[in-house]
Write a protein that binds this ligand. Structure first.
Ligand code: SF4
Ligand code: SF4
Length: 400
């Protein structure tokens, strides 16, 4: 309680964060703003406000995009404040079936393997089409997950080690993430191909597990700490120069692990390649296409590594980059937010898609799988054919 009050008391109520808050911009309600949420937590922690569903809802409606934290002159640790508050009222909060399923699949390797086989059968046997015709996903309240599923691709089995294919520059550990290993094999394979081509020995520890973001944001700090400890032990090898991530949602969480040695090595893959001085332009085939660049909130507001993807992609000869306007905020995916807050998630996605489609790009790239799935689902629903992929997947396709 003291921690909550100490963090909340840092806020001087200046309101500079308000125009940067997606939920405030959509609702114009103080209770849906960073300043309002901080005041609610302050009142609750000070004993002036009862725990209630309404209070939990205002805090749950926050995307944890952390745009407010980035612009706050008083440096309020907003993410920590919300996570600590959610932990204290976790008993008052409900978890949907979709989110519970997501957690089981992401935490348990056997459940993950079963999900993989189930997904293959669901999508390749025609069951998905039949289930949709009968409205089954909606009846089971799994329609949001069903809409997010990309087409099934058979995964390539992973080896624990991939040697550099160019002059050796160093050793990196690759963090795949639970959703990457289940739904985005192209990015996993691409990361290995690009890193080894750039001269890095790539280690993929089997023991690695979910980053724990879903649990922390749901107030389950104990599970989060256990997952963090497993990942720290999986990547304990002192010879690793960096722990490279291909999903900024995971990377941003892991950079905030208490284990400083691990956290300090975590870096987004595009940023890592640029920071290491890798120039792949001679190895890349030209691409005459315009590419819309979506920058996830976790990459921009938490990792603060938003420059890497654009700089990396600019190494492709002939490419034309189209970043989204700075006025565009969170896309609404925000971990499990898109599953349990579909209306706000959809409203925010509409803004992103309107801006992205204005210049009719040939591709849309995003460095976070959650955002990519949410944006792809929105495009499919509108009948728009625009491929969404990770920046490193596009680089790998262009490698000679
Ligand atoms: S969170 Fe920061 S920017 Fe927002 S009102 Fe408080 S002090 Fe001002
Ligand atoms: S984290 Fe994002 S949604 Fe939450 S209060 Fe801050 S700006 Fe608003």
């Amino acid at each position: 309680m003291n921690n909550l009050l100490a963090d909340a008391d840092i806020c001087v109520k200046c309101g500079l964060c308000l125009p940067h808050c997606p939920t405030y911009n959509k609702t114009q309600s103080e209770n849906e703003s960073p300043r309002g949420r901080i005041a609610l937590i302050q009142a609750w922690a000070g004993g002036h406000l009862e725990t209630s569903k309404k209070l939990a809802e205002h805090i749950d409606n926050c995307l944890l995009c952390r745009s407010c934290e980035r612009v706050c002159p008083a440096v309020v640790p907003y993410g920590r404040l919300i996570n600590n508050f959610r932990e204290q009222i976790s008993a008052e909060r409900d978890s949907t079936l979709a989110v519970s399923l997501l957690k089981s699949v992401s935490h348990n390797k056997t459940a993950g393997r079963l999900a993989q086989s189930g997904l293959r059968f669901y999508q390749t046997s025609g069951l998905q089409k039949t289930a949709r015709l009968l409205g089954l996903p909606g009846l089971l309240r799994l329609d949001k997950i069903d809409h997010l599923l990309p087409d099934y691709h058979e995964p390539t089995p992973l080896a624990p080690h991939y040697p550099a294919t160019a002059e050796v520059r160093g050793n990196v550990g690759l963090f795949i993430g639970c959703m990457g290993s289940l739904l985005d094999h192209e990015t996993v394979d691409a990361a290995i191909k690009v890193l080894t081509a750039a001269g890095f020995n790539v280690y993929v520890p089997e023991q690695q597990t979910c980053c724990g973001a879903l649990d922390l944001h749901a107030g389950d700090n104990e599970t989060f700490r256990q997952l963090a400890a497993t990942n720290c032990s999986a990547f304990a090898d002192k010879s690793l120069d960096a722990i490279v991530t291909i999903a900024s949602g995971c990377g941003s969480q892991m950079q905030e692990y208490r284990q400083a040695e691990f956290a300090g090595k975590v870096v987004d893959i595009s940023q890592f390649l640029i920071k290491s001085g890798c120039d792949l332009s001679d190895q890349l085939l030209p691409l005459s296409a315009s590419v819309c660049l979506h920058t996830p909130c976790s990459l921009k507001n938490v990792m603060r590594e938003e420059q890497g993807a654009a700089k990396l992609l600019q190494q492709i000869p002939g490419i034309k980059m189209q970043p989204l306007p700075a006025t565009i905020q969170c896309c609404g995916s925000a971990g499990s937010y898109m599953l349990d807050h579909p209306q706000m998630a959809q409203a925010l996605l509409n803004d992103v898609l309107a801006a992205a489609l204005e210049n009719q790009p040939g591709y849309l790239v995003s460095s976070n799988i959650g955002c990519a799935l949410h944006i792809s689902a929105g495009l499919r629903e509108r009948g728009v054919e625009l491929e969404v992929l990770h920046p490193v997947a596009l680089i790998a396709r262009q490698l000679k």
